[in-house]
Ligand binder design. Structure first.
Ligand SMILES: C[S@@+](CC[C@H](N)C(=O)[O-])C[C@H]1O[C@@H](n2cnc3c(N)ncnc32)[C@H](O)[C@@H]1O
Length: 383
């Protein structure tokens, strides 16, 4: 029977969990929270729940401590081929379209399962990909799977599953991609297992998109049944960061109950039979961003922008969103509590390369757009 804890203490604890892990425990879930904390305190060698909570919220906790806490507080319910209509859309339309678009250029696909739990989701994605691309050898495929709970990541890496994990998977796929062990469990085939890389990542605290942790330039992100446990504000922030992690035209899959214009206002909804998924539009189909007329008041200014000197390099660097993000993080509480500043000598060159590549292609695009717009604007001769 969980001990009595004051409402004040529970309110402080739920605020702490919200900021450190994004987890949302409103008042109507405090009984559940009390129960889970009573379990967690044993791993921290505490006998007294109230003392444990006081200790927890009193100062920043290490990553290891957050991991242990996560293993008690998060819900890792999942199974293969969850929401089958999404996988049908993936196999029949989304992946074939992506492959067609990349076939003649860089043969590369980058997929991220964020909040992957015990791995059923990223392995389902790998199976879907195998069906569309039976010989993936001459492709560079990344399927990255991350979670805040290292215990379940270890289970995911092992790739062994009980019958309950297969409640959504068509029987023929189970027979084709798993083999039965003597103990009655099913093991995923090694060629599917090695397509997926598992890693720890806290969607609230960790920095992304970032080449260093391989969270940038994604074609597809699955973040399903994760944000439903976050506060609405936190879910909006994560939604924006996932948007930034996608390439133009990239796709975001969220759980059916998580679809929301409030949480994902920057995405376009795309309807498939029985499934709705989000898409980051391509630049061509994003007129407001490609060229904002209201930002340029006269043709003279256009000419100046096109032909005049570009702003100094440091100024362009300072204005860049990546720099703004890094700056924001540099001064955030999360950063002060972590030792990630020690990573800056490695992060800075990666940011610089990404920025250089992006800004040179953007400058080229902007020149083309400005030229075509200035041709369309009235000149003294024809007005
Ligand atoms: C219900 S499972 C969803 C699994 C899978 N995506 C699916 O839809 O079947 C939610 C997962 O999100 C993870 N999670 C919760 N908070 C997280 C955070 N702040 N960062 C990363 N993962 C988190 C949990 O550990 C859990 O494994």
């Amino acid at each position: 029977m969980p001990a009595e804890i004051s409402r004040e203490t529970l309110a402080r604890l739920s605020e702490y969990l919200k900021t450190q892990m994004g987890l949302y425990f409103p008042e109507n879930r405090w009984d559940d929270l009390r129960r889970k904390m009573s379990q967690a305190m044993k791993d921290f060698d505490y006998q007294d729940l109230s003392g444990f909570i006081e200790w927890l919220v009193s100062s920043p906790r290490s990553r290891r401590e957050i991991e242990i806490l996560a293993s008690h507080l998060t819900i890792s319910e999942t199974y293969f081929w969850r929401e089958p209509r999404v996988f049908e859309a993936l196999v029949e339309q989304i992946l074939p379209e992506l492959i067609r678009a990349r076939e003649k250029g860089e043969r590369r696909l980058r997929i991220w399962s964020a909040g992957c739990a015990t791995g059923e989701e990223p392995y389902s994605i790998a199976i879907a990909l195998r069906r569309v691309l039976p010989v993936p050898e001459d492709w560079r495929i990344t399927i990255m799977a991350t979670d805040i709970n290292p215990g379940i990541l270890r289970r995911a890496t092992a790739g062994l599953y009980g019958q309950w994990s297969f409640r959504g998977l068509p029987k023929r796929l189970k027979e084709e991609y798993f083999h039965r062990k003597e103990d009655g469990r099913f093991e995923i085939l090694p060629e599917i297992r090695k397509m997926v890389t598992f890693a720890y990542l806290n969607l609230v605290e960790d920095l992304y998109p970032l080449p260093l942790n391989n969270t940038n330039a994604m074609d597809l992100i699955f973040c399903r049944n994760v944000l439903m446990y976050f506060t609405p504000e936190r879910a909006v922030q994560v939604g924006q960061r996932l948007y930034n992690s996608l390439v133009d035209g990239g796709w975001l899959m969220v759980g059916a109950s998580e679809l929301s214009q409030f949480t994902f206002p920057q995405f376009t909804s795309v309807h498939f039979p029985g499934a709705i998924v989000y898409r980051r539009e391509t630049r061509e189909s994003r007129p407001a961003e490609v060229f904002r007329l209201e930002e340029i008041s006269s043709p003279t200014e256009i000419v100046q922008q096109e032909g005049g000197d570009p702003p100094p390099m440091w100024e362009r660097w300072r204005r860049h969103p990546l720099c703004a993000k890094a700056h924001e993080y540099r001064w955030s509480r999360a950063h002060r509590q972590s030792r990630s500043h020690l990573l800056w000598p490695w992060i800075a060159p990666c940011l610089a390369v990404t920025w250089l590549r992006r800004s040179s292609s953007r400058a080229k695009r902007q020149r083309v757009t400005l030229r075509s717009v200035s041709e369309r604007l009235p000149t003294k001769a024809n007005s």
